[in-house]
Ligand binder design. Structure first.
Ligand SMILES: [Fe+2]
Ligand SMILES: [Fe+2]
Length: 208
């Protein structure tokens, strides 16, 4: 499947303009709580934003996740907005991670040059899963909930930052344009299925 030294720059790109890709991702997140005046702020630069292949699609999700994280952080106490946004975020992150593993990391893992990158990303998915289950099991009305949520936000932003700046960059080098296009299709299909089946697990997993 993988062909070495195929540069992405050689491939014609017909995706969205980066600013449009980001705006579309954020608009979808906003639809969960249109009245919430959350400031999403700037997003880290990545060469993949707007690309028509798997990496552009993953960054589109990451931008939607950045928006949802900022919006949850903007809610106060145990409100309907907080519950709705947190549930949407958890289902989004779980479906994204599972589909990303199936479409991208499983292949990247098989290539010795990138095995470590894939292992790193997948190991972090498990840690993030535990953090989300822990948060879901705790009282949303307590002041400590938002403090814990900030921990999840920080860990997730770190995770997607590393994917965009390091692991996607390494993975791109071992994939052909056809691989990357095919992976986008697999991701779309798998994410839809994973999202339909996603459940919010509630379990205290971390220390107080
Ligand atoms: Fe990931
Ligand atoms: Fe990701």
């Amino acid at each position: 499947m993988a062909t070495a030294n195929v540069s992405a720059k050689a491939a014609p790109k017909t995706g969205k303009a980066p600013a449009k890709a980001k705006a579309d991702a954020i608009a979808e997140a906003k639809s969960f709580a249109p009245d919430l005046a959350a400031r999403i702020g700037s997003t880290p630069k990545t060469k993949f934003r707007g690309d028509p292949d798997i990496f552009g699609r993953l960054v589109e999700d990451h931008d939607r996740h950045r928006a949802l994280l900022a919006m949850v952080e903007d809610t106060k106490g145990k409100t309907l907005d907080r519950e709705r946004l947190f549930t949407a975020l958890v289902k989004e992150l779980k479906a994204h991670a599972a589909a990303e593993e199936q479409a991208l990391w499983s292949t990247v893992l098989r290539e010795t040059a990138t095995t470590e990158d894939a292992r790193h990303a997948v190991a972090e998915h498990k840690e993030l899963d535990d953090m989300m289950a822990d948060l879901a099991a705790r009282d949303m009305a307590s002041p400590g909930w938002l403090r814990r949520f900030s921990g999840l936000k920080e860990a997730y932003l770190h995770h997607i930052g590393e994917e965009e700046q390091e692991q996607f960059v390494a993975a791109e080098k071992i994939l052909t344009e056809a691989d990357r296009k095919y992976m986008r299709k697999v991701f779309e299909r798998r994410k839809k299925e994973e999202k339909a089946a996603a459940k919010v697990e509630k379990k205290i997993k971390l220390k107080a």
